[in-house]
Design a protein around this ligand. Structure first.
Ligand code: FES
Length: 350
């Protein structure tokens, strides 16, 4: 016997399950076959199987409670509550609770499924011959039959307690994602549709910071205005002015072509949003002969004598007009907010 030969008593013995014959003795490359199946305690003792079933159901039930705890965390813990937890130190109570409960919920679903598979599902090993990748119709039929047999062996139909608690746990876990939507921030509500303009708000000249009077607005001039009360050092000044800035011009009333524009003007003084409806650049170039204003960014041109409609360029909408009047002290005032969103179209602004 050479040094590389295997003693005959150590060679594998192959069980031909089809014919019950022993083959391959003496052949080190012979298929060793499948080991004999050793039944588990759950396979032979129904009480042990019931214990395993209850254990699996217990884990799925705990998972459901953990998911409920995850959702409850959002209600119980304020965002800024800090607690000391050894050995982590000072941590956010909300983050800690969310992490623990969601982790536990997923872990228990996993351990429940593993315990179910190891104790109650069939553990009989099955050898399958390799076959061509493209399945024949009869192979597909066999797969479906195997699937049905697997479903039957998993006892999902018979073990209703496991099935129901598993479905409960799986259905509840996605709810965690729903409460996370809160972290996307507060809803915009009417912020995209409303500006600081309201009935009675005075028009303030952005150069002099004084309330505008009709006599300040002469034919051929372009005046920029903003609402009274908006301070330049306010933290949200840029946000507010980006929505509320106005262009004020005076046009002889008989030269105003648009009927609504004429009605919303005060003795030919009209107020339009200064924010271009293309992508929001401030408009500043006024052509007094034609009453056209030009956006310097992409050359959109609006006719302020005709409802500020677009006569050239990529802008998709007319400039919104603000309805104005004069108060008892002779100052120009707004008679309400804009009726359309200012600047680029609503969805373009996000
Ligand atoms: S932003 Fe005014 S034309 Fe583009």
């Amino acid at each position: 016997m050479s040094s590389q030969q295997i003693p005959e008593e150590n060679l594998p013995v192959v069980q031909d399950t089809a014919h019950g014959a022993v083959e391959g003795a003496g052949d080190p490359f012979a298929d060793p076959g499948l080991p004999a199946h050793r039944p588990r305690i759950q396979d032979i003792d129904e009480r042990a199987a019931r214990r395993s079933e209850r254990a699996v159901a217990f884990m799925f039930t705990l998972s459901m409670l953990a998911t409920i705890g995850f959702i409850a965390s959002y209600v119980i813990f304020p965002v800024d509550k800090i607690v000391y937890i050894w050995p982590l130190g000072h941590v956010s109570a909300l983050n800690f609770s969310l992490g623990m409960t969601l982790g536990l919920a997923l872990f228990l679903i996993g351990t429940g499924a593993v315990h179910w598979a190891r104790t109650l599902m069939s553990d009989v090993e099955v050898a399958d011959d390799r076959h061509a990748i493209e399945a024949e119709p009869e192979v597909k039929a066999k797969v479906m039959a195997d699937f049905a047999a697997g479903a039957k062996e998993s006892a999902i139909g018979r073990r209703k307690l496991i099935r129901n608690t598993m479905f409960g746990a799986l259905a509840l876990v996605p709810l965690s994602g729903v409460v996370l939507l809160r972290d996307l921030g507060p809803l915009p509500e009417k912020k995209l549709r409303s500006t600081l303009w309201a009935k009675g708000k005075l028009l303030v000249n952005m150069n002099t910071m004084e309330p505008l009077r009709p006599e300040d607005v002469v034919v051929g001039s372009l005046t920029f205005a903003m609402p009274e009360g908006l301070e330049e050092d306010a933290h949200d000044f840029q946000t507010q002015i980006a929505k509320a800035a106005l262009m004020i011009i005076r046009i002889e009333p008989e030269n105003i072509k648009d009927k609504r524009e004429r009605e919303w003007a005060h003795e030919g003084i009209v107020a339009f949003s200064k924010i271009c409806t293309h992508v929001g650049c401030p408009i500043s170039l006024y052509e007094q002969q034609t009453h056209h204003v030009l956006c310097p960014c992409h050359q959109s041109t609006f006719d302020l004598s005709d409802g500020a409609r677009v006569i050239f360029g990529p802008a998709g909408h007319a400039l919104p007009q603000l309805r104005i009047g004069v108060n008892s002290e002779g100052n120009l005032e707004a008679l309400g907010d804009f009726e359309e969103p200012v600047g680029p179209a609503f969805w373009e602004r996000g």
